[in-house]
Design a protein. Sequence first.
Length: 116
Amino acid sequence: MRGGGGIHALCEVALLESSKQEDLGEIANTFNYRIRELKDQRNEEAWSGEVHELLGRVIEVLELQLLRLSATNCSRLAWLHLNTGNSNRARDVVRIGVEREPDNEYCKSLLLNLEN
């Protein structure tokens, strides 16, 4: 994925009504990886208002499915919240993931970081 095009394409797929929870989880994972990669490269695109808006749209879709998300997908949603600066909601979502699956390594690790 290069530039914003990949992020835009992911967002469009996430917004399709036919997207399944597993697809949304993978999209969130790819989004989080791409944002981390852009930040590591100190690429201003990682912080652009447009990227935050796209992340917000994907977050909305995932939040609507929160009751059905796996613990791992809860951690991915939590990371999306962190990437948009909403650490309080990230903490709430990751706690839901821990309740669903207390031994989930992604949720446990993220929760430890958020509570310290």
